[in-house]
Design a protein around this ligand. Sequence first.
Ligand code: PMP
Length: 411
Amino acid sequence: PNTNLPSVAGSRLTVPLTDGTQVQYANLDHAASAPCLNAVQQAVDEFLPWYASVHRGAGFASQVSTKIYERARQVVREFVGARRTDEVVFTRNTTDALNLLARALPANTSVVVFDTDHHAALLPWRGPHVYRVTPTAEVERDLDEALARTPTGPRLVVVTGATNVTGELWPVTRLAAVARRHGARIALDAAQLAPHRPVDVRELDVDYVVLSGHKLYAPFGAGALVGRPDWLRAANPYLAGGGATRLVTERAVSWNYGPERHEAGSPNVVGAYALAVACQTLGRSWDAVVAHEEELLARLRTGLASIPGVRQLSILGADTPRVGVVSFTVEGHDPGLVAAYLSAEHGIGVRDGAFCAHIAVNRLTEGRALRASLGLGSTAEHVDRLLTALRRLVTDGPAGHYELVDGRYAP
Ligand code: PMP
């Protein structure tokens, strides 16, 4: 066992099976939301009695909370290798962060986005200058051609670091170089990359990066947008309200310039702290985190490839490097039914459906698939259990009978 591997809460949870027994829960759904790190749980537990409103109160708890909140900003800044001048804005999640960025774009910005992306990256952009690119095996050329069609004016390219459908890593540095040649800025959706690999905005040469705490082994409700300050400072506040203002008179409002401009309302201090502790913990353990995942991913991919009728999905080509996320179909078996069978008869949690990336999943298969995703809560036993269960399914079918109830299969 890898002793430097951060541990997560819930690794001993047991779940009931249809035969009346209990088994240890095999959580193979890290890509949706990752379990909480024990270090995060402990830190949050200690902080909970202390939280108070930030920036305003003079009381001791308010001072503690303000320090913790602003320190969390620095931790996130370091975690993504941000430039000194980059702004770190706390948001609810990645979706929120990308919508904030979309609202902060200068007028007439052309936005180029790959149509296989998560809806959070695909949908926030509005106006006449949104260009959707269908990726081929030559994504740099695809991007180059799309950018060549954009009118003069500001341009933004949106790229996903690792897709949540297939786990494939996108060639971010090379795509950033293409963007630069066209004078475009580049925003990196790191929701799925950041839990699996170090992210460094300077090394990748991207202008913005967004991420979600709940995919990074912290609870729900906190994410971040990190990047160039100029557009953010020139834009209208994302939300209007207290905290975002410098001065309000009967006649006028002047808004803050820092990250507070886009953080109106009492912020999620506990969430920001949890996110920061997760960043620190992962940041100290990358070698172990990556080694653990690569070992399990190889086991999973090889195992799936040996099962007749199981097909693994790929957008950029089967040899593309990827994080521990694998989507697949099982010939002759509905993905929803397979997911229900894995849960009810084997205590395995996977995801089924279109993963908020409808265009990608429709293009790769008939609109729905299964997804197994690995992380710090995964073990070789979980992977082996999944493989055994799938082998049994393709030879014998499920033991139980499953029916559609409210659109989901249930035993
Ligand atoms: N982008 C990617 C690649 C994702 O995997 C997800 C979450 N599935 C998101 C964006 C959206 O994240 P959130 O739901 O936390 O806003």
